[in-house]
Ligand binder design. Structure first.
Ligand code: ADP
Length: 488
């Protein structure tokens, strides 16, 4: 087991205790940069999931005062910030991202706990001002109950924090299934909670292992009232199908294919700077990362040049060694990026920077140590894979457009609808384009990602449900109306 004061036990966490659920098998957690084994953990399976759900059922029987929830949330936010260096080290080792980014992720995660600690007033019952049908009407936000939280590997802490902070704030008990590639960060959070909070046993559970049996139990067990999932559209569809016969509440944050539109009047340096921060975060492996860059034809070459100058300065290497871009999570991730670049080149795209030829590919069969260089492609066409599939790698693909209408139509031509970015100096045009984009998060002259204070989520096949903001809290609540006969 990776030596860390935050990882005392190579086990999951159920009912307030470290637990392996009597697992008969194990799985390894690997450093994607080196292939080194970081930990061997129990595969807790459907039995582990059931035990965690049962513990959560017991925990939600007792309602918890708002002021206690506020204290828990505040203490978690404080603990995350205090332990940010060690948490960032664990994130970098299991995920590969640069340490500075991992630290940013911890701070971002802490914001969700701090925000919901301050936002619990939203759960106050609201009484309608009029007597209607002879009754006084009060709207309550009751905890949804046992919540299953299934999270991906690209933000091992932040994706969990968004869900768990809201679930805890709403009064739910959580069963968390982190990604099998990055479970250590969730276990480190369990250590902080175990050590520092008097959280009743079963409010917070972590079940680790092979995803399908655990996921199936979480989506079909009658006591689970809500499944909040972040991951690929394919897996989201599978989980939604499993949950459908049980009429569970679902929140689905699924894949994206973000367009980044640059009009000829835009500040090209600003747009290039913003693109760098957005596109290369986590090596391009985030759901809000730009996948398609649409640039007005008359400035396309100039823009590609600016991006190339910036990309050239990026250092690729181990996240622990001060690199700007770490490894891709595994061989499958690498192969997908390489396939997309090859397909584009075969269909006539120009490699302006990077590309397959500029990197030593991982050895045959090597699952890890898969580094892909920052790459800029120009002359992209709508028939190329990158136009319709999420690449999830450090590739800037520049498409040219003529008119505003053409840019909007191309940007919206995707089954996804998570994030989009628009750069223009014309305020009127900016508003018009934002209005026309079918994406849940739109940046106007910025490529910032989501924040704890605002609701974030997708349209179309990027899913439904929101994280952050009041909407993110209400996702974990059931609305109940009490109509009390006036005078009663
Ligand atoms: P990614 O492409 O980001 O790996 P996935 O959708 O495969 O996306 O993974 C996101 C989360 O979904 C992870 O926690 C993963 O373990 C989980 N997962 C993947 N397949 C299943 C499944 N069949 N049942 C339940 N969870 C799953």
């Amino acid at each position: 087991m990776l030596e860390s004061p935050l990882l005392p036990e190579a086990k999951g966490y159920v009912a307030g205790r470290w637990d392996d659920a009597g697992a008969m098998s194990t799985f390894d957690v690997i450093d994607p940069a080196t292939g080194d084994r970081l930990a061997t953990l129990p595969d807790m399976g459907a039995g582990g999931a059931t035990a965690a759900i049962e513990a959560a059922v017991v925990a939600v029987r007792d309602s918890v005062a708002v002021k206690t929830r506020r204290r828990w949330l505040t203490r978690i936010a404080e603990a995350l910030l205090r332990e940010q260096d060690e948490l960032a080290r664990i994130i970098t080792l299991e995920n590969g991202k640069p340490v500075a980014e991992a630290k940013g992720e911890v701070q971002y995660a802490a914001q969700f706990f701090a925000y919901y600690a301050g936002g619990l007033g939203r759960l106050q019952p609201q009484e309608l001002s009029d007597v209607i049908r002879g009754c006084r009407w009060t709207v309550h936000h009751r905890p949804a109950g046992v919540a299953a939280l299934i999270t991906p590997w690209n933000f091992p802490l932040a994706m969990l924090a968004k869900k768990f902070a809201a679930a805890l704030a709403a009064g739910c008990a959580s069963v968390i299934k982190p990604a099998e590639a990055t479970p250590l960060t969730a276990l480190a959070l369990a250590t902080l909670i175990d050590r520092e909070l008097e959280l009743p046993a079963g409010r917070f559970n972590v079940v680790i292992g092979e995803p399908a049996p655990i996921g199936e139990m979480l989506c079909t067990h009658p006591a689970v009232r809500l499944v909040s999932f972040t991951g690929s559209t394919d897996t989201g569809a599978k989980l939604a199908a499993l949950a459908a016969p049980h009429i569970k509440r679902l929140a689905m944050e699924l894949g994206g294919n973000a367009p980044f539109i640059v009009f000829a009047d835009a500040d090209l340096d600003l747009a290039a700077d913003e693109l760098m921060k957005n596109k290369f975060r986590a090596g391009g492996q985030t759901c809000v990362c730009t996948n398609r860059v649409y640039v007005a034809a008359e400035v396309a070459d100039a823009f590609a040049k600016k991006v190339t100058q910036r990309a050239d300065a990026l250092k690729v290497g181990r996240g622990t060694d001060g690199a700007d871009i770490g490894p891709l999570i595994n061989r499958a991730g690498y192969d997908k990026v390489a396939r997309h670049v090859r397909d584009a080149v075969e269909q006539g795209a120009r490699v302006v920077h990077g590309g397959d030829a500029s990197v030593q590919p991982p050895g045959p069969g090597a699952e890890h140590g898969c580094f892909y260089p920052p790459t800029v492609l120009a002359g992209m066409k709508p028939t190329m894979k990158i136009a319709s599939e999420e690449t999830f790698g450090p590739v800037v693909a520049v498409f040219e457009f003529g008119s505003e209408g053409e840019a909007i139509a191309a940007a919206n031509r995707t089954i996804h609808g998570l994030a989009a970015y628009v750069f223009t100096a014309d305020g009127e045009r900016g508003r018009r384009v934002c209005d026309s984009l079918t994406f849940g998060h739109v940046g106007l002259n910025t490529a910032t990602g989501p924040t704890a204070e605002a609701p974030f989520g997708g349209m179309k096949q990027s899913g439904f449900g929101r994280e952050g903001g009041a909407e993110g809290l209400l996702e974990f609540c059931e609305t109940q109306v009490v109509a009390a006969a006036a005078g009663a």
